[in-house]
Design a protein around this ligand. Structure first.
Ligand code: AMP
Length: 113
């Protein structure tokens, strides 16, 4: 297993409010939300980022994005939402375990900071 805070959430060592769980991934609320809805969707396998995951398990990302869309529907984000993954220092990644941010409930700006 990986050694990030997300591995501790997956093992139950750190509590999280799971909104979705399946064999491949889990979803839970971000501890520091940037919008009314801010959910993280993470694979159970501790791939460090999008590049590593797509190289080793090309189908995984499609599943994670489908879960994001399902959660957006469940959260009634009918006016729209944003799905983001940050990779590396310049991408602003702070936890080295692949995750998609599902953000919604307010208008978004573009370009992102
Ligand atoms: P990133 O900066 O893209 O790597 O995103 C990491 C995200 O993990 C940030 O939005 C943090 O607020 C979030 N985060 C860190 N620790 C926790 C935690 N214990 N529970 C939920 N979210 C967390």
């Amino acid at each position: 297993m990986g050694d990030t805070i997300f591995s501790k959430i997956l093992s139950g060592e750190i509590p999280a409010d799971f909104l979705h769980q399946d064999d491949v991934c889990v979803a839970f609320n971000d501890i520091s939300p940037v919008a009314p809805t801010h959910i993280l969707v993470i694979p159970r396998h501790p791939y460090r980022n999008l590049s590593e995951a797509t190289a080793k398990d090309p189908a995984l990302v499609g599943h994670l994005l489908a879960v994001c869309a399902k959660l957006a529907k469940r959260q009634k984000l009918t006016a729209g939402f944003r799905v983001v993954t940050n990779q590396g220092d310049e991408g602003g990644q702070s936890v080295d375990h692949l995750h998609f941010h599902l953000i919604g409930g307010r208008s978004m700006q573009w370009p992102p900071g």
